[in-house]
Write a protein that binds this ligand. Structure first.
Ligand code: PLP
Length: 218
């Protein structure tokens, strides 16, 4: 019940042109079902094993988003069902997704993850790597993937101005890529702590976990 109320109140703060992905990592099938029963269909997971298990147990109209780091040797487990992969950070990974999408006879939407935070530990291409990626256009050889946009995670800090600057810079890059190289449609930025700032700075997709499901205990 609590989760149903939480997602309803979050939806009031998310404009209609912004997609809300409910991040259900570590959450049970029952908890996800509570949210699904409100009519919500977009769910995000960060681990291949977990997204696969949950896909098998839950209704097939759910759109599964992979938001965590993806190893090339695990693409095969998700290629038949994943809706959007937010965490593509190399051409090699994109080519592997393309290969398995082709085998599954489908097209998979992909976002290029850009490393926008100050922390070292987070994955993603640097801005210069991402620029090269779009400029060289090797991704055009991958016929069964669709590069739809960018994903970024801001620094985990109380400093809202810093977070805002990081989102703003990613949005500028998004517009620049759209203008010069490839029209992008999806800008995935914003989590429970910072999604309102992300929306103000041009996000079209927010990934919200704890604000819907409560704090995670790993
Ligand atoms: C866990 C996670 C989220 C959601 O985080 P919350 O703070 O719980 O909203 C969003 N994006 C990614 C990539 C994540 O791993």
């Amino acid at each position: 019940m609590e989760q149903k109320e939480r997602i309803a109140s979050i939806k009031e703060t998310v404009p209609g042109n912004v997609t809300l992905v409910a991040v259900s990592k570590t959450r049970t099938v029952d908890e996800i079902t509570n949210v699904y029963d409100t009519g919500h269909l977009d769910f995000g997971e960060n681990k291949v094993q977990e997204i696969t298990d949950k896909f098998e147990q839950l209704p097939k109209d759910i759109r599964w988003h992979l938001i965590g780091h993806l190893q090339t040797n695990k693409v095969k487990y998700i290629a038949s069902f994943v809706h959007l992969i937010h965490s593509v950070d190399s051409l090699k990974l994109l080519a592997e997704i393309d290969k398995h999408a082709s085998k599954a006879n489908r097209s998979i939407g992909c976002l290029i993850q850009v490393h926008i935070a100050e922390e070292e530990s987070k994955f993603g291409m640097s801005y210069s790597e991402a620029e090269t990626f779009f400029k060289e256009k090797h991704y055009l050889k991958c016929k069964n993937v669709k590069v739809e946009g960018l994903m970024g995670m801001a620094t985990n800090t109380e400093n809202e101005e810093k977070v805002r600057e990081e989102f703003r810079k990613l949005k500028l890059f998004f517009d620049e890529v759209s203008k010069q190289y490839l029209k992008l449609n999806v800008l995935s930025m914003g989590m429970s702590q910072d999604y309102k700032i992300a929306i103000e700075e041009g996000s079209t997709m927010v990934r919200i976990g704890s604000a819907i499901f409560g704090e995670r205990n790993y």
